[in-house]
Design a protein around this ligand. Structure first.
Ligand SMILES: Nc1nc2c(c(=O)[nH]1)N[C@H]1C(S)=C(S)[C@@H](COP(=O)(O)OP(=O)(O)OC[C@H]3O[C@@H](n4cnc5c(N)ncnc54)[C@H](O)[C@@H]3O)O[C@H]1N2
Ligand code: MOO
Length: 438
């Protein structure tokens, strides 16, 4: 009789960290290609930003002490000794003098502050200053933004638009980043046909996992190699898996991970190389028939065929492996959304349960509403905003309890206070959770 020797989820996550090593393959790219790439080394600023003292307003560059006591009724009188042009030297001013300066203009030496145009009036060559300024007022000092020699970004950081702005300002035009992990996906099953198939024959289903897992990998910045669909034929499966395996850093296979007579994934993964299978079966629901292997130094993952299970296991396992290969430091903050659970959720102790939820705002509070349905139903995940975990040690969660929701789509933009999240979903399906199969 075939059976799974299930592993605790926490053990599997530890195994991922211990077993799979960062690729450490690097390349140099320009800032135009660097968005979302992971830095392979610290970036140190070679110069000050800004490189000179700048005005933050349109006004007059002055010595603050020449304006002391100035008010509407008792202006200070200074001589206007010129105009500073953008992108040009600021020159110098003598005591009791002022120079017109635009926002961002270079401060003249001798001046330490800027009187805004609203608080000054030119009368001939005389400037009437109606408001005193303090030293440093309306000025950004040289190096105030970034100091030469300081570390501006750290190895492992995933470069976002604002980071690229910092690099551009500091004159760093090329950066050393980790090469993107190349990930191969192979779908298996006699019944699986390409999504483009117009007319399904009885028993056939379109390949969902190649599309969902491919997109999820792309969202992580991986390079995806689509291996297509392979039939339940051991020799053919092995040949196609080997072919793809040679070209990738991580091979993901969907389907055939269970213990049926045509579930060949274990044999194929074993045949790809030593040490072979590390895990077959994880104590979680859905997603129990997950396989983890290592062939040479490369990770190989067998995802359960059910589309919802495949995506949930992707988030839990594959995402971690890709981050590990990419040498990406974890978020310094918890990116999950806190919400209150709308109903009791029972669960079996000793197994981590992952329940799809949609988010809904009620009286100013975020609520997580479980979306039930079997793990073969892809629409279930599309109707959900994320997943909550019922940890293995718990018998369930209680209505009203605060939970962390791991959102599926983190980059759909900021949801405004007014936006009614529930409006995006169709009616909640009636089907209750899958039988206790996994
Ligand atoms: N005797 C047992 N049978 C099963 C168990 C078990 O513990 N004992 N576990 C069940 C669970 S849980 C899952 S999940 C599935 C996983 O099985 P496989 O990974 O071997 O997947 P398949 O049998 O190939 O497919 C399952 C299901 O998903 C559909 N599928 C597969 N690939 C795709 C794809 N790329 N796109 C869309 N749909 C796909 C496939 O047609 C099947 O309906 O095993 C249970 N059985
Ligand atoms: O992975 Mo299975 O979906 O646990 O039903």
């Amino acid at each position: 009789m075939k059976f799974f020797q299930v592993h605790e989820t926490s053990d599997v996550l530890r195994l991922i960290e211990d077993t799979y090593k960062p690729l450490e393959r690097t390349e140099e790219v320009s800032l135009y290609e660097a968005f979302d790439r992971v830095l392979a080394e610290d970036v140190v600023a070679s110069e000050d930003v800004p490189g000179f003292d700048r005005s933050t307003v349109d006004g007059y560059a002055v010595r603050a002490q020449d304006t002391y006591g100035a008010s509407e009724s008792m202006p200070a009188f200074l001589d206007v000794s010129g105009v500073i042009e953008m992108g040009k030297e600021g020159g110098a001013i003598a005591p009791a003098k002022a120079k017109y300066i635009p926002t961002g203009g270079m401060m003249p030496s001798g001046a330490d502050s800027v009187v805004m145009v609203e608080h000054a009036e030119e009368v001939g060559s005389l400037l009437n200053v109606h408001k005193q300024v303090a030293p440093g007022e309306n000025v950004i000092k040289k190096g105030e933004d970034i100091q030469a020699g300081s570390r501006v970004l750290q190895r492992g950081h995933r470069l976002q638009p604002q980071d690229l702005g910092v690099l551009a300002a500091a004159g760093v035009s090329r950066v050393k980043v980790f090469a993107k992990p190349v990930v191969g996906i192979l779908s298996t099953g006699d019944e699986i046909v390409p999504p483009e198939t117009k007319q399904l024959r009885p028993g056939e289903v379109r390949d969902v996992n190649t599309i969902t897992i491919g997109a999820a990998l792309q969202s992580m910045g991986a390079d995806v190699l689509y291996g297509g669909i392979v039939k339940d034929d051991l020799q053919e499966y092995l040949r196609r898996a080997r072919e793809l395996f040679e070209k990738v850093d991580l091979l993901v296979m969907s389907g055939g991970s269970s213990v049926g007579t045509r579930d060949f994934s274990v044999q194929v993964m074993e045949a790809l190389g030593e040490p072979g299978i590390l895990v077959h079966g994880i104590s979680l629901k859905p997603g129990k028939p997950t396989i983890l292997a290592k062939a040479g130094h490369k990770p190989v993952v067998g995802l359960p065929g059910h589309p919802v299970s495949a995506l949930i296991v992707f988030d839990l396992v594959v995402r971690r492996i890709v981050n590990r290969l990419y040498d990406r430091t974890p978020h310094p903050f918890d990116p999950r959304i806190r919400a209150r659970l709308s109903r009791n959720l029972p669960s079996a102790v000793g197994r981590s349960d992952y329940v799809r939820v949609r988010l809904e705002k009620r009286d100013g509070e975020m609520w997580a509403i479980p979306v039930f349905g079997k793990s073969g139903l892809i629409s279930v995940i599309s109707e959900s905003d994320g997943v909550i975990e019922i940890p293995a040690r718990k018998e369930g969660l209680l209505q009203g309890e605060w939970v962390n929701v791991n959102c599926f789509v983190t980059e759909r933009g900021i949801v405004s206070e007014e936006e009614d999240l529930s409006g995006r979903h169709s009616a909640q399906r009636g089907t209750e959770e899958t039988p206790d199969c996994c």
